[in-house]
Ligand binder design. Sequence first.
Ligand SMILES: CC(C)(COP(=O)(O)OP(=O)(O)OC[C@H]1O[C@@H](n2cnc3c(N)ncnc32)[C@H](O)[C@@H]1OP(=O)(O)O)[C@@H](O)C(=O)NCCC(=O)NCCS
Length: 135
Amino acid sequence: MVDLRDVSLFDCRFLYNLLEQRDVSVNISHKSMPTYEQHVVFIASKPYPYHKVIQSYGRSVGVIYVTPHHEVGIQIEKSELRKGYGNEALHQLIVDHLGQRLLANINPANTPSIGFFEGAGFRHIQNTYELNACA
Ligand SMILES: CC(C)(COP(=O)(O)OP(=O)(O)OC[C@H]1O[C@@H](n2cnc3c(N)ncnc32)[C@H](O)[C@@H]1OP(=O)(O)O)[C@@H](O)C(=O)NCCC(=O)NCCS
């Protein structure tokens, strides 16, 4: 059983620890690790219209959010994976966004997440290619 609670500045350390657990080889949006101070500024800027800490019996186990471009992001703490927390949180997020379009940008190498989102009803609609043009 999970609860979704609005992120606050008190969650900065927990969220930073989650960032440190990210697998940068399969992460699309964030490649480099910010400093803790940069991270606090980012959280304080309220970057996402929907930004929740996932809690199980009062314990923080992950984070889930929707960007202004309707993209869903989710991360569960490594020690809490495969306990159903992600699935439950995603379904609560979907209920909170009924009638709205939701997107999930997933690295093709991130097969667990592909299975995770497809299992929740998301379908594959495009492949996106990236070029970082240097001056
Ligand atoms: C994707 C993620 C959020 C899933 O969270 P979770 O709490 O471990 O997932 P659940 O336990 O709720 O699993 C739900 C379903 O997803 C699929 N799934 C989850 N992890 C999987 C894995 N490692 N391998 C294969 N399938 C997996 C399964 O179908 C699973 O159902 P099952 O347990 O009945 O087989 C988690 O792996 C994660 O935080 N990954 C790192 C961040 C990330 O890649 N986020 C997605 C891009 S935004």
